[in-house]
Design a protein around this ligand. Structure first.
Ligand code: PHB
Length: 396
């Protein structure tokens, strides 16, 4: 039977970043991933990196491709009925943001882990794990070829996304909570072969609903339209999509650039926070613990912030025999998660029109947005939240 200091379930942003950061501290780990490498590297998700994440990538040797190919932007635009206000993130906070799709981020970390001799077991599913309340964790898993094996670990990290089965044992603890919020709207997302509408992102609000202009590369664009959570892909013809994008975004000399739509999907809006994020030798990281709605693209950034606490905590415990940081994981991670929840909720609520809210709430919402945009203090507050807090740093 093999043993690993840290077993990580899930090769997403939380799991791969953790494995990479642990390696920087000289701690080895095994990553279990039920999907194939190709599937992980192709799944389309959001794509904004905060300055802290950009810095971490550069400092730990995974930033080269991002620096070469990502759009690194100084600003975002917020548009009300076609009138755009620029929020100069760089001037207001000294920080920038990168538009670097999550699957590109994952490609960099997979390549780097493998180059560093790390173990990522693709197409391998963990069947069950137990023992986190004792002195070691036992993991039963099925390999790609269907054979069953068992591994032991000092710690197990559930970085396996919002459907994680590992939340349940934590929620059995006295006082544990899973706080949730549902939204009345969703996003319809498309990928387009075509030229950029604008290099910097545009968050647009309009009577007919929200729209977001984002990008993937010079030739591939990512656009979103507010839609009903029950909408299906069939209800959104190409014609309807372009008509709505033009209606919601065009103005002040700018028009959405059309192209060939090659992907359509509906993104649900949900907020959830799990507290605590630990039970004995079991830890949650990323979406297994918390979900944010896509507005502001905090999901990946929060996953990285979790493991920026967890990696030094685990390294200190495993190499120094001192678990003081590790036992404070929830206490250190949860306040930042609530701040990101608040920001994602606030930005969503200012930008989306909700039919059930009526005229009073509609005008109040626009007044809130205008008040924020017309004050430098307001724009700075927005910019600070958008670029995010620096990642926590700990000596081990
Ligand atoms: C994206 O490019 O997918 C994206 C960008 C900004 C957001 C959300 C999603 O706030």
């Amino acid at each position: 039977m093999t043993h690993t200091p840290v077993a990580i379930v899930g090769a997403g942003p939380a799991g791969l970043t953790l494995s990479h950061l642990l390696h920087q501290y000289g701690v080895e780990s095994v990553v279990f991933e039920s999907r194939s490498r190709a599937e992980v590297e192709e799944t389309v998700r959001a794509g904004v990196l905060e300055q802290g994440v950009i810095n971490m990538m550069r400092e730990t040797g995974v930033g080269e491709r991002m620096d070469r190919d990502a759009d690194i932007d100084d600003a975002i635009d917020i548009s009300i009925n076609g009138a755009r206000t620029r929020i100069d993130l760089k001037a207001l906070t000294g920080h920038q943001m990168a538009v670097w799709p999550q699957h590109e981020y994952l490609k960099d970390f997979i390549a780097r882990r493998l180059a560093d001799g790390g173990t990522i077991l693709f197409e391998t599913s963990v069947d069950d794990a137990e023992g986190w309340d004792g002195d070691k964790v036992v993991i039963n898993y099925t390999n790609a070829d269907g054979t069953h094996e068992t591994m032991t670990a000092d710690y197990i990290i559930a970085a396996d996304g919002s459907k994680s089965p590992y939340r349940a044992p934590i929620l059995e603890l006295d006082g544990a909570v899973r706080a949730r919020h549902e939204y009345e709207y969703a996003w319809f997302g498309i990928l387009v072969n075509g030229p950029q509408t604008q290099k910097e992102l545009i968050y647009a609000t309009h009577e007919e609903g929200f729209a977001l202009i984002s990008t993937r590369t010079k030739d591939v664009q990512r656009y979103y339209l507010q839609c009903d959570p029950n909408d299906t892909v069939e209800q959104w013809s190409d014609e309807r999509i372009w008509e709505q994008l033009h209606t919601r975004v065009d103005g002040n000399g700018l028009a959405v650039q059309e192209g060939e739509i090659f992907d359509k999907s509906v993104l649900k809006f949900r907020s959830a926070v799990t507290d605590p994020m630990q039970r004995g030798r079991l830890f949650l990281a990323g979406d297994s613990a918390h979900t944010v709605p896509p507005t502001g693209a905090k999901g990946l950034n929060l996953a990285v912030a979790d493991v920026a606490v967890l990696a030094p905590g685990l390294a200190r415990a495993l190499t120094k025999g001192n678990d003081d940081l590790l036992t404070k994981y929830s206490e250190l991670a949860v306040p930042r998660i609530w701040r990101a929840q608040h920001f994602s909720y606030w930005m969503s609520s200012m930008l989306h029109s909700v039919p059930s809210q009526g005229y009073f709430q509609h005008r109040r919402r626009l007044a809130e947005l205008e008040a924020m945009l017309s004050s430098e203090a307001g724009r700075r507050y927005q910019a600070e939240q958008y670029v995010g807090l620096d990642l926590p740093k700990f000596e081990i």
